[in-house]
Design a protein around this ligand. Sequence first.
Ligand SMILES: Nc1ncnc2c1ncn2[C@@H]1O[C@H](COP(=O)(O)OP(=O)(O)O)[C@@H](O)[C@H]1O
Ligand SMILES: [Mg+2]
Length: 415
Amino acid sequence: MSDEERSYTSILLPGARVALFTTDDETQASFQGLESDWRFARVKLETVPGDVETAIQRFSGTAAPDLIIIQTESIDASFTDRLEALAEHLTEHTSAIIIGPVNDVNLYRRLVSMGVSDYLVKPVPAPVLAEDIAQTLLEQIGASDSRLIALLGSKGGVGVSVLSEALAWSISGELAQKTFLLDAAGGWSTLSVGMDFEPSTTLPEAVRAAVDHNEDSLTRMIYQAGEKLFVLSSGGDVMLDDSADAQGYETLLGYLMGLYPVVIVDLSGAPSALKRTVLTRAHQTLLVTAPTLPSVRATRTLLHEIKDLRGGNIEDVEVVTNMVGYSPKFEVPKAQIGEALERPPTVSIPFDTSLFVSTESEALKLYDQKGGDEIVKNLLRILEKTLSVSANDLGGDGDKKGGIGQLLSKLKTKS
Ligand SMILES: Nc1ncnc2c1ncn2[C@@H]1O[C@H](COP(=O)(O)OP(=O)(O)O)[C@@H](O)[C@H]1O
Ligand SMILES: [Mg+2]
């Protein structure tokens, strides 16, 4: 498995049910091993001793789960005929993976043409099975190609919102990716100033529309900020009202990830429940800190908590130090920040009030400003793996074609 694939499924999978029909001990062990994989925390795994025949019996009377995996020893027409018989009992929602005894391209093609998601040859090691199931479940919710990028601050006012906006402009502009910038702060959101729109909805209303599958209503709540940049026009919330619930927010996130290849979530000002939801699902998290002691301490605590939340996996979290030079005498030096966090901050951004406050107040694009282009380029560098783009393609010499031409081969632009 390549690094790219690993990061692509290194997220908490959506809630789903998966049933395996097999009599093979090795397959069973691989499958049951997924119980301890943090990504599968919400996936219900059931092993049924048997084969395609057992599956037909089982699902002729009861609803099938989201994914069934069937292991077979025979791969001739007797098997595919029975698979067709099984398909009659399944709705379109159920996906299938077949495990067989030998590699057979013709069989593979035939199975795929029947709607089977994949054909694996035994023995199937746990990581391969995990990857295949993860991809299938993500494809089911239409989010398989999308990347979720979360920005979180170790305290308020460290620049999460301005950096989220800067990234959204450059990924949608320079990198020409259809991008959605989502805020999680409800009435505390400052997005409408930074992106220059009049809020027309609230976060709970948008969540309700997503939960009710009310696409017309959701479409009306989306503000198009740029040719390829879209934002949820929320922020009309009463500041002291309760925000959206986490489960509903995740539904909204799933809906957006089905439509936009890149979704950026600004978590500054979000309630903890929404922060947790997004951090477990994010392909990449930028944790923003100021170089001051309280902020660095909080960053250290947050790194531990995110690590726990993600089952020990913290590879996809990067620390960004912002406002360096704000109060040089009282700042923690870069080397000490690295020691305290057991990782060097990936990007340091200077304190520059005229650049940042003017960009924010006048709804400008940071990468268009003198000094801002370099900052954005450094931030994009962190995201190159997640976005499947090379740092060399990120422009900076004014030639934006190179970036657009070669990037993000894996990210299909969804229409
Ligand atoms: N590097 C920086 N130098 C100077 N001002 C900054 C810098 N980064 C952010 N700011 C300013 O700090 C304020 C807080 O930033 P904001 O993005 O709203 O923080 P957060 O979303 O983390 O609460 C804003 O006025 C913003 O323009
Ligand atoms: Mg903010």
